[in-house]
Design a protein around this ligand. Sequence first.
Ligand code: G1P
Length: 278
Amino acid sequence: MPMIKKCLFPAAGYGTRFLPATKAMPKEMLPILNKPLIQYGVEEAMEAGMTNIGMVTGRGKRALEDHFDVSYELEHQISGTSKEKYLADIRKIIGECTFSYTRQTEMKGLGHAILTGETLIGREPFGVILADDLCVGDGLSVLAQMARIYAKYRCSVVAIEEVPQDEVHKYGVIAGSELEDGVYVVSNMVEKPAPEEAPSNLAIIGRYILTPDIFDVIRATPPGRNGEIQITDALQTQAVKNMVLAYRFKGKRFDCGSVEGFVEAINHFYQHWKEVEG
Ligand code: G1P
């Protein structure tokens, strides 16, 4: 049995950087080739053994629920045709995972979104995937790599990567001391610091493993950067009280919340697609 079974997907955000594409469609449904971002995320969670999927959604996000459900009309239409192969992956996901949803009614930050998911998680450790960070793991999926670190140290783990100094203001940034190759004990973390306030250029990307005490910590966390309840601030409290690890993952991340990252991801997957199908 995998130790962590649940993975939470905060997916209530508006995706304003992709307007007007995201006006009536969730940003998580934007496709990289023929697969929506959210499906890449769910496949990553599955690879880490997390098949109990929780999503924090909001208004206008129903396409997410429909995507992870059977479409009888479509099944009927393509049954027995050569097009069935296009549904093979999503059928497998629907067969192997369970999906639960709750809605965040107000946008009060990532910490608040994760707290909204408490009802889906309960009192067990869980993974968190921000689907607009699309990760391609080196061998093992990034969340699966993190689950290994969790299994060893049993504390919250955040994924990090080095970013240029002029980009630190877009991320949560950590300071820490290296415990083993690529694993840091966090001594400080700051949400979206100005370059001169940044404790390093090690930026948190959208992958977390959180211990369930995080919910009480978030409840006690006042609004931080941009007046929002930040998961980075709650993790900083956990780091002081207990221990939080930052893990420099092996693989590549595409910031699909930005047009540049989105296009880069498409190019990456298209190269791969050409090698396999072309
Ligand atoms: C969130 C977090 C930030 C993290 C980032 C990773 O920010 O608050 O700490 O570095 O995700 O993608 P957002 O991108 O939602 O503004």
